[in-house]
Design a binder for this molecule. Structure first.
Ligand code: 9MR
Length: 367
C-alpha cells in the first residue's frame, strides 16, 4: 500500500530562513582527503539565505546552474552580462566555496545564442566562429582569472547516435578543432583553473569509446584538458556501475582526472519518455506518483544505490577530483520539471533540507 506523505513545502521551496539542517555530520568533512563535494545551485544564491546553512555545512564547491552559460552571458554579440555571475562568485568567495565555471562552450545549437553561427544571411565561416569563441572565452574566463577552481570548457559535444561529434554549428564549421581551441584559449585566459570536458552518458559503451578517442587525441596534441566530467544524471535501478568503473579506469590510464559533475538519481524514471519514439508521452505527462511524498521502500533503494556509487567513487579517489550534485535539495531539482512536471526526489536532502536515507548511505560509504 502506498502511504501518502504530507509534503509541507512544494517544489522550489526552501527551509525557513535560519533553519539549521537537521544533522551533525557534514558531507564535505566526511569526504575530506578523498575528493571535493560540490553542488550546482541557483544563480541567485546570494538572495536565498534560507539555503546557506545547508550549502555551507555540506559542500565546498559550487557551480552556478545557468548564469555563466553562453546564453545568457553573451546573448548578442559583444553584449556581455555578468550581473548574476559576479554576485555568485563574490558570494562563493566570502563563504570560502570553490567555484566551477559552467560552461564556456555548449556544443548544442539550441544552447548557443544563434548569432554565433550567423554572418549576415550566411553561415559564419570557421574563422569567424573561432574568433567569436576566442573573444567569448577571453572575456568570460579572463574576467574570473584566478578565481575559478575549474571550468567546464566544452559541454556535450559527443553525438548520442553513430556519429563522432554531435551535429551543430560548431562541428559543421570547425570539425574537432573548436574543442582543442576552446581548451587552449581557456588555459591562456585562466592558467590556474582545472579544465574539464563535460558530457552525459559518456560512461556508456559507444559514447565512452568516443569520449576516450577525443581525450586521447587532445592529449596527443598536448591540448590542456585536465579532467573528464561525467554528469551523472542517473535513474533508479538503471545506474551503469560497471561502465562507470570502466570509465574511471580508462581515465586513470590516460592520466586524467574525473569529475562527477551533476549527480542525481531520478526516482520517477524518465527513460520511458524517449522509448518507442515517445509514444507514451501523453500518459507520462500526467504521471506524478510521488507528489505526496516518496515511499520509504523507494528511498531505501535509492540509498543503497547512492551508497554503492560512493563506495565506487571512494575506491577511485585517486582519480576523482570532485563529486557535485545537481541542485541542493529535492524541491530545487531540475528533475521536477524535465522532461515533464512531476514531484521528484533525486538528491540527498528532502524539500525541507532534511537528510534522507541516501544521505546516511553516502556518509557511511565515505567513512
Ligand atoms: O538545471 C539547468 C536548468 O535550470 C536549465 O534550464 C537547463 C538549460 O540551460 O540546464 C540545466 O542544467 C543542465 C546543465 O547545464 C548541463 N547538463 C544537464 C543539466 C540538466 O539539464
Amino acid at each position: 500500500m502506498l502511504v501518502p506523505f504530507v509534503v509541507t513545502l512544494l517544489a522550489g521551496d526552501s527551509p525557513p530562513s535560519g533553519a539549521a539542517p537537521n544533522t551533525a555530520a557534514s558531507l564535505r568533512e566526511a569526504a575530506a582527503g578523498l575528493f571535493t563535494v560540490g553542488v550546482g545551485i541557483s544563480d541567485r544564491i546570494p538572495q536565498h539565505p534560507a539555503d546557506w546553512p545547508l550549502l555551507t555545512r555540506h559542500f565546498s564547491a559550487v557551480t552556478p546552474e545557468n548564469c555563466l552559460k553562453p546564453n545568457p552571458v553573451q546573448i548578442a554579440e559583444g553584449r556581455f552580462n555578468f550581473t548574476l555571475a559576479d554576485a555568485f562568485v563574490g558570494f562563493a568567495a566570502s563563504n570560502r566555496l570553490d567555484v566551477v565555471g559552467h560552461c564556456l562552450v555548449w556544443a548544442k545549437d539550441d544552447r548557443t545564442p544563434p548569432w554565433f553561427f550567423r554572418d549576415g544571411t550566411n553561415a559564419a565561416s570557421r574563422e569567424l566562429l573561432l574568433a567569436r569563441m576566442k573573444t567569448h572565452i577571453d572575456t568570460v574566463a579572463g574576467r574570473y582569472r584566478g578565481r575559478m577552481a575549474m571550468w567546464d570548457v566544452v559541454n556535450e559535444a559527443l553525438d548520442d547516435g553513430t556519429n563522432f561529434l554531435r551535429a551543430s554549428g560548431w562541428s559543421a564549421a570547425c570539425g574537432e578543432e573548436f574543442i582543442s581551441r576552446a581548451f587552449e584559449w581557456a588555459h591562456a585566459a585562466d592558467p590556474g583553473a582545472l579544465l574539464v570536458y563535460n558530457d552525459y552518458n559518456n560512461e556508456l559503451p559507444g559514447k565512452r569509446e568516443k569520449q576516450m578517442r577525443l581525450l586521447q587525441a587532445l592529449r596527443e596534441r598536448r591540448v590542456p584538458v585536465h579532467a573528464v566530467g561525467l554528469q551523472g544524471h542517473y535513474e533508479l535501478d538503471r545506474i551503469p556501475f560497471e561502465d562507470i568503473e570502466e570509465m574511471l579506469r580508462a581515465a586513470r590510464g590516460l592520466g586524467l582526472k574525473v569529475v562527477v559533475s551533476e549527480l542525481d538519481i531520478d526516482v520517477v524514471q524518465r527513460w520511458q519518455w524517449w522509448a518507442d519514439g515517445g509514444k507514451r508521452r501523453e500518459e507520462l505527462a500526467r504521471f506524478d506518483p510521488y507528489r505526496h511524498g516518496c515511499p520509504p521502500e523507494i528511498l531505501e533503494r535509492q540509498a543503497e544505490q547512492y551508497g554503492r556509487l560512493f563506495r565506487l567513487f571512494r575506491k577511485y579517489a585517486d582519480v576523482i577530483a570532485r563529486v557535485s550534485f545537481w541542485n541542493l535539495h529535492d524541491g530545487q531539482s531540475w528533475l521536477n520539471h524535465f522532461p515533464w512536471e512531476r514531484a521528484n526526489h533525486p538528491l540527498l536532502f528532502d524539500r525541507t533540507g532534511r537528510p534522507k536515507p541516501a544521505f546516511d548511505a553516502v556518509m557511511s560509504a565515505l567513512k
